[in-house]
Ligand binder design. Sequence first.
Ligand code: PAN
Ligand code: ZN
Length: 203
Amino acid sequence: MTETHFNKTYTTMNDIAEPELIFKDQKLVGNNIDKITRQLKDLGDIFSDKEAYAAMDGNTVVYKVESSFPVAHNTEGGLFYGITYLYPGKVGDEYFMTKGHFHSIRNRAEYYCTLEGEGMLLLMDEDGNTRAEKMLPGSIHYIPGNTAHRTANVGDTILSFSAFWPADAGHDYAIISEHGFSKILVEQNGLPVLMNNSSVKLK
Ligand code: PAN
Ligand code: ZN
């Protein structure tokens, strides 16, 4: 049997398989893709301006995540892959952002690789020190262990990025949901600025 791929025609051998996952037409395509949608109503804890938040439509989609879990959760040595699509928008002056989390096994690291758009990766260590890295198409971000991570969309178009993390990392949302990051990312005079968030007391 012959098939055509990559503009070449060749004989299919039994040990050559089709790829299991493809990023095609801005979508992750394959079997068993896990899909999550987060709307404003799911994100009541994270935005600082509660008044602006209350005035917005709770059904507004803030982000979607498409993930592939080729092994069971908690499998030591396994890897997971996911793509996040974060929509542009603001709650008050604060940019649309992800919930943010530490990994449940704290020392587990992760890579983010930006596909499209303009964003900011916020990183906070366990002592509550927060810094940010610019995200732009092609930028690659190493998120060390013991570091909470959150992304914000600071542009006018979708920010999308792929992520690679250990299958046993787990997600611990509780600390961030309760205390937030020690800095928030807001727009001032049309530019993103990191501001101290006085309500944070981690230790
Ligand atoms: C990412 C995130 C994704 C959504 O895949 O899970 O961007 O952010 P939240 O999980 O904070 O809502 C990742 O960091 N995985 O570990
Ligand atoms: Zn993570």
